[in-house]
Design a protein around this ligand. Structure first.
Ligand code: ACO
Length: 402
């Protein structure tokens, strides 16, 4: 707490908390994390139970409405999501405007934001029914937009949604099928990806969710708020870490180089960090990483890739780091991103696209948090203060006298 005496008046007391390490910005019923114990609950349900038994759409329902759906509720929700999965045909022009090598997160951020141009006048953020339809729309359209970004990236024609497939099956179909070619969704890939989406679905007030809430607190269009979440997610300290992990594994190259890179990560003069390691909240093994690690082994086994050199490299890296005093003292453990990239790559997804998959998974969390915030009577515009450290008042000097 800092006593602020300004140049002109007494401001009173502010908390100075860079990075908001100990500032609660809201009350929330959605997600609980105990970072010391490595516990993560969505609406009270442990993440490992949801990852094992639920589906991404069921978890999306849980995040939005607070309870697991009955069979009828899930069927109605699924129909609504399926009904809204198309995007306006003119959005193709947006993609065609991007250079062939545009990063898919740049395309995703821009195109999600552009939904606000299609849905603006019709949205009343103060009306619960209007908020609900926005939530359904964004969860429904995110796979279509993400897959279009993928197809643009690899220079193939867009594939329209297929309503007979599951949410995740349809997404895989839009990624990998081609006109006039037979393609069948691989059930191993479908199950693994669905589970990864569940694990990414919410994580309380992380950087991207806080960004969605801060933008949303002004009453802005919800699609614009979600686009701001995509932008915040992209950074390598947040959702971009899954891409950075695979790039790092490639740079390390061989198990024999692991000790050298561990030393680099410990060297404070060297900007290199062990990507996929450490977390602001978890000071224990990230519970999502435990599940992903297991799934990673299963998926690679089932796909006949159990001798994957990158998996071996990742495991060796983890083993050495977890025995190293530097990592032990600082409680740095693998996070959700450490093994997810190895699964994505095994499913045939290029590295640059990994963060889009994180965004797809996080969408129900972002929109559930936005709905909760919009319905909260304590909600006010988010407006942090600062400790001013600049110049005192001084007189303007004309340019010829400077
Ligand atoms: N490699 C090496 N050292 C690290 C790492 C790492 N990955 N992470 C933290 N440290 C060190 C810091 O240098 C610092 O050391 P010091 O006390 O000697 O100065 C100490 O551990 C504490 O780290 P902070 O940066 O203060 O922790 P913070 O909570 O601010 O950062 C973060 C957390 C950004 C996740 C950090 O651990 C990191 O950069 N990790 C790598 C990137 C990553 O994997 N991000 C994904 C996060 S999970 C997610 O978004 C889904």
């Amino acid at each position: 707490v800092v006593d602020i005496k300004s140049l002109y008046s007494q401001f009173g007391y502010f908390t100075y908390d860079p990075g908001f390490t100990s500032t609660a910005s809201c009350r929330s019923d959605i997600t609980f994390i105990d970072g010391d114990e490595g516990i993560l609950l969505y609406r009270g349900y442990p993440i490992d139970q949801l990852a094992e038994k639920s589906s991404f759409l069921e978890v999306s329902y849980l995040l939005l409405y607070g309870e697991l759906p009955t069979a009828d509720q899930l069927s109605e929700f699924t129909s609504s999501i399926t009904r809204h999965n198309m995007v306006n045909e003119s959005l193709k022009n947006f993609f065609n405007g991007f250079h062939y090598d545009a990063h898919p997160m740049a395309m995703l951020t821009a195109v999600v934001g552009s939904l606000s141009a299609f849905y603006h006048e019709s949205i009343d953020v103060n009306d619960p029914a209007s908020r609900e339809i926005c939530a359904h729309r964004i969860i429904a359209k995110m796979p279509t937009i993400s897959a279009a970004a993928f197809k643009h990236m690899i220079g193939e024609p867009f594939i329209y949604p297929q309503n007979t497939l599951s949410y995740t099956g349809n997404f895989l179909n839009m990624l990998f099928s081609r006109p006039n070619e037979d393609y069948e969704v691989n059930p191993i890939a479908e199950k693994a990806l669905d589970q990864l989406l569940i694990l990414h679905a919410d994580h309380e007030q992380n950087a991207s969710t806080s960004t969605v809430r801060l933008a949303g607190s002004t009453g802005t269009n919800p699609f614009a708020a979600i686009a701001s979440g995509c932008a915040a997610l992209w950074g390598p300290a947040h959702g971009g870490a899954n891409e950075a992990v695979l790039n790092m594994l490639e740079e390390i190259g061989d198990v024999s180089n692991v000790p050298k890179f561990i030393d680099k990560a410990k060297d404070k003069e060297d900007p290199f960090r062990l990507m996929g390691f450490g977390h602001r909240v978890y000071k224990n093994y990230d519970p999502r990483a435990t599940i992903i690690r297991k799934t990673c082994h299963e998926v690679l086994n089932e796909l006949g890739m159990s001798n994957d050199p990158q998996l071996e490299l990742a495991m060796r890296l983890e083993e050495i780091a977890l025995q190293d005093e530097y990592f032990v003292e600082r409680k740095l453990y693998p996070n959700v991103d450490f093994y997810s990239g190895i699964i994505y790559r095994a499913l045939g997804i290029p590295t640059e696209f990994f963060t889009v998959l994180f965004a797809l998974g996080r969408t129900p969390g972002w929109i559930a948090q936005w709905m909760e915030m919009s319905a909260d009577p304590e909600q006010r515009i988010g407006r942090p203060r600062q400790i001013y450290t600049g110049a005192a008042t001084r007189d303007y000097v004309s340019i010829d006298k400077r």
